[in-house]
Design a protein around this ligand. Structure first.
Ligand code: COA
Length: 189
């Protein structure tokens, strides 16, 4: 499968699905100096991109203080961090302020249990406090992530990337989802 970069958008922050954190897990905010924990989780989870030690700083240096308020770790009851999600933002994208779901990852030992659902609920609820709309960047081979983002009301942004229709047609060939079926019925795919 070709790996296209794609953007997904959510034009409002209404009706954010709320999933409780299941028993045995917790979600807590990032604390100062925990970039190495973020890096450890990303490195374990990320199949496509090299996660080097400087990535955390490069990604979040614009406002490291904001991480304490906007970045979250999923932990086990024993306190081990096994997932990360950040409710980031872009203050001026095409003249508008956009919330951004950024760098979602769960350690492979804990994938496949739907744990990204409560993580998304927490991060989207945080975005809602500060933003009227939100977006995220991902790529078409990341089917579990795309499935989850579609469930949370994100839709393909056809306006920006080249090949976006080809990209989403490829996703629809391997992922059944009501949002994609609707786009197909509207002849958008
Ligand atoms: C994205 C990520 C956090 C999701 O973790 P997760 O919550 O454990 O994901 P799941 O395995 O439960 O899969 C999510 C959904 O996709 C579905 N899914 C997974 N693989 C699928 C496939 N090949 N085809 C169709 N659906 C699939 C699952 O059934 C699940 O849906 P459901 O809960 O409604 O049944 C995790 O896959 C990860 O860390 N990936 C590596 C990093 C990454 O790609 N991050 C996203 C960056 S944009």
């Amino acid at each position: 499968m070709k790996n296209y970069s794609v953007r997904m958008i959510r034009e409002n922050m209404e009706n954010i699905p709320q999933f409780p954190v299941p028993k045995g897990f917790a979600i807590r905010n990032y604390r100062p100096g925990e970039g190495h924990i973020w890096t450890r989780i990303q490195r374990a989870a990320e199949p496509y991109i090299n996660i080097d030690d400087g990535l955390f700083f490069r990604e979040f240096k614009r406002d490291l203080l904001a991480m304490e308020d906007r970045s979250f770790f999923l932990t086990t009851d024993a306190g081990e961090e096994i997932g990360t999600i950040t409710a980031w933002w872009q203050p001026d994208m095409d003249g508008k302020n956009w919330g951004q779901i950024h760098w979602v990852a769960i350690h492979p030992d804990y994938q496949g249990r739907g744990l990204s659902k409560p993580m998304m609920s927490v991060a989207m609820t945080r975005l809602k406090r500060s933003h009227k709309r939100c977006f995220l960047d991902t790529s078409t081979v990341r089917i579990p992530a795309i499935k989850r983002y579609l469930d949370f009301g994100f839709t393909p942004d056809f306006s920006r990337e080249n090949n976006s229709r080809e990209a989403w047609t490829e996703v629809a060939s391997v992922l059944e989802h009501p949002v994609l079926a609707q786009l197909e019925s509207q002849k958008l795919l």
